[in-house]
Design a protein around this ligand. Sequence first.
Ligand SMILES: Cc1cc2nc3c(=O)[nH]c(=O)nc-3n(C[C@H](O)[C@H](O)[C@H](O)COP(=O)(O)O)c2cc1C
Length: 315
Amino acid sequence: MDVVDARLNRILTAAAEAPSVLNTQPWQVAVEGSTIMLRADRSRQLRHSDPHGREMFISCGAFLFNARTAARRESLTAVATVLPDPDDELLVAQVVLEPGDDPSADELELSVAIGHRVTARVPFEDEPVRTDVLVTIQRAADHEGASLRTIQPTDPARAQVLELVRRAEALAAEDMAGRDEEAAWTATVPGRDDGIPLDRLGRAPTNPGAPVRRFHESVGREPFEEGSTLAVLSTPGDSARDWVTAGQALEHALLVAAGHFVDASFATTVLENPTTRHDLRLALGLGGYPQMLLRLGKVAPPEHAPRRTLGTPVS
Ligand SMILES: Cc1cc2nc3c(=O)[nH]c(=O)nc-3n(C[C@H](O)[C@H](O)[C@H](O)COP(=O)(O)O)c2cc1C
């Protein structure tokens, strides 16, 4: 493998660390010289819960953002031309890798966060994220052309949002085709490298309005916090291009959050149902279209091994 291949390999490996709906990883790449053609992979689309491919393109957008970020770590600049291409409706972007400056400290930090970010399906500390940190996360989403509307525990719209989440989850529980689709992506198959393993599904919340997805295959229940921050990512339009924007904004925001030790999980059932999605948009008075519902907070740290109390220093 020559130097260029090794760099490209590292960029594509980092890109594939992107979050994707049910870990479907619905992307495919073709490389020609220093050009990467990124396409959505329809064979990995959730035909029932994502019939238009919205979440598929969001996932591909997150892959694209990681590719751009990982390229900077290699002192390359990824020049991305995002779809549409009327002759190639699965094309997400053409990415040309060009020589660039050395990465800045911020760029390096972002690329390091790719390897730390995970979806945390566990209860968080019962506290909202600090406003100054939230502003930094919101700026990341803005930078990609999306908006992040935060919903703190005191927000008057919060109760309505939680009620919509509850309603969407209750409707999804009765949707047998949706349950079959989810079961297919959460089944444990030895050697499998996609889907969500059963032991990563987390436990179901005992509190009915908790903003987390109720996976039908998850085992056990536990109380979730009530006081973390919620956030809705929205885009000005609702086309495939907007969905790719949403994916890039999502990953940029998540990597900045990870850099501040802020964890995230998602509750997107409410956006897969067109009625609850519409009602959520109204409840928040959003000008744009909601694409992701996030829960942001901190996972309670595990207990440390005990430490001695320091006595008076000996001079
Ligand atoms: C469009 C989209 C929707 C998602 N919806 C949910 C969700 O409702 N609940 C959830 O727990 N995770 C959700 N996820 C997170 C994925 O399940 C997760 O990214 C994937 O399993 C890979 O795991 P990782 O994020 O820990 O790398 C979503 C991710 C994307 C991109």
